[in-house]
Design a protein around this ligand. Structure first.
Ligand SMILES: Nc1nc2c(ncn2[C@@H]2O[C@H](COP(=O)(O)OP(=O)(O)O)[C@@H](O)[C@H]2O)c(=O)[nH]1
Ligand SMILES: [Mg+2]
Length: 181
């Protein structure tokens, strides 16, 4: 791993998470040839400093505007990156699409189920361990604004590994032949 990319839809808490993880010495840059800004910084991991990037928000890897184009380009330009997919836990189904796309591209992924407090307050119960079983990647509930879950998130980044989409399909009892196994 040489980089950590924070990815997710707009307004899921990526930047708050980034500020908590990267601390004070973050640098804002302009993506070449665009008016799109992004921020990068460093995170200490196992005694090593790893670059972490707050990628512009995107709903999918099929870009609909300039910011989404930059998000996709940044991902494609960082083949050795680990991707922290940030999902709003109160709208979890909306964030899973991008997460699955990133997994399908072969990147090691860890999911931050952020806004865990909002989900709880709205009586939304998500079985994070079950989601972790299904996806085959670490799933960590977080409340970025309070720093909750961030230690676990950082510790578990090293567990992020590429997963075959077929494995996810198998874990929900499906396959591509159209029959039940
Ligand atoms: N209640 C709650 N609010 C959060 C949490 N994380 C971020 N926010 C708020 O959600 C809004 C969007 O956060 P931001 O980091 O800008 O989202 P981004 O667009 O993904 O970068 C801000 O008002 C944050 O203070 C969280 O875990 N819980
Ligand atoms: Mg942001």
């Amino acid at each position: 791993m040489n980089k950590i990319l924070l990815m997710g839809q707009p307004n899921v808490g990526k930047s708050v998470l980034f500020n908590r993880l990267a601390g004070a010495r973050a640098i804002e840059s302009n993506y070449p040839g665009t008016t799109v800004d992004y921020t990068k910084g460093h995170l200490m991991l196992d005694g090593k400093s790893v670059e972490i990037i707050d990628v512009p928000g995107t709903f999918s890897l099929d870009p609909k505007d300039r910011a989404e184009e930059v998000a996709v380009k940044m991902l494609e330009g960082e083949k050795d990156a680990v991707v922290v997919c940030v999902i709003d836990a109160s709208k979890v189904e909306r964030g899973l699409y991008l997460t699955l796309e990133v997994i399908e591209k072969g990147y090691p992924v860890i999911v931050a189920l952020n806004m865990w407090d909002v989900a709880k307050g709205g009586n939304i119960k998500i079985n994070a361990p079950r989601l972790e079983q299904i996806l085959g990647v670490p799933v960590v509930p977080t409340v970025a604004t309070r720093g909750e879950g961030l230690r676990e998130l950082v510790v578990r980044i090293r567990e992020a590994e590429p997963v075959e989409i077929e494995e996810i399909l198998n874990s929900v009892g499906g396959n591509r032949s159209g029959t039940y196994s």
